[in-house]
Ligand binder design. Sequence first.
Ligand code: PGA
Length: 259
Amino acid sequence: MKVLIHETRETATGCAAALIADRLASEPDVVLGLATGGTMEAVYADLIARHRDSGISFARAQSFNLDEYIGLSPDHPCSYWTYMRDKFFDQVDFAPGHTHLPRGDAPDPEAEAARYEAAIVAAGDIGLQLLGLGANGHIGFNEPTSSLSSLTRIKTLTRSTRAANARYFASDDDVPRLAITMGIGTIMRAQDIVLLAFGEAKAKVVAQMIEGPVTAACPASILQMHRKVTVVLDEAAASALALRDYYELVHPRVVEPAS
Ligand code: PGA
């Protein structure tokens, strides 16, 4: 794992956006794996600015999002389809039909999960996968004790995940209980993975992911078995790492330029 510790969230976000922009430049038809959540919002804002100001283009790329709530249609205000359209897709230049999320309102969610997995395989699997990190160690909606070789399927959300995401809904009870999520095996087939985690609230799980045992109790710990993972952290999220000095020796901390 490459562990990059940044002084601020802003430089960390810029670092993640630059990794995506560089990949698009070298491989315009890259298949991107995309994520939702609070951490990603600034990454998409940065990519939109690069599209507008520096001309980076998604016109030949494709994207597959990690997950979607079961029961929410693509036009539901709290669906991840809506999140992605509002925060990213409507402001960049993906070709029509080149952005993919599972359909949360599919009549047969199991069949929809199988269809989504097959579509990822048919696209040649993910080239660059963007990941957030749940406070409980989830990646996608692969909650603790998920099979570490799982494929896209239905998962029941934990109480803590539903509580963490309640801010997007009118009430706690409105948060769906089930989601379709790429599996851990699906994610592990990605060529490159970039995981972002910011803030003190993620410090403990970041340390478990990087330095703890590989265990389904912390699904993100499986990333220790992947060949090309870059973990992008701010100071606070890195604060519980035992080997922090070593990571900073290998990749010196990015310090904000004095203004
Ligand atoms: P967050 O979510 O970016 O809103 O913290 C991360 C996740 O649950 O994957």
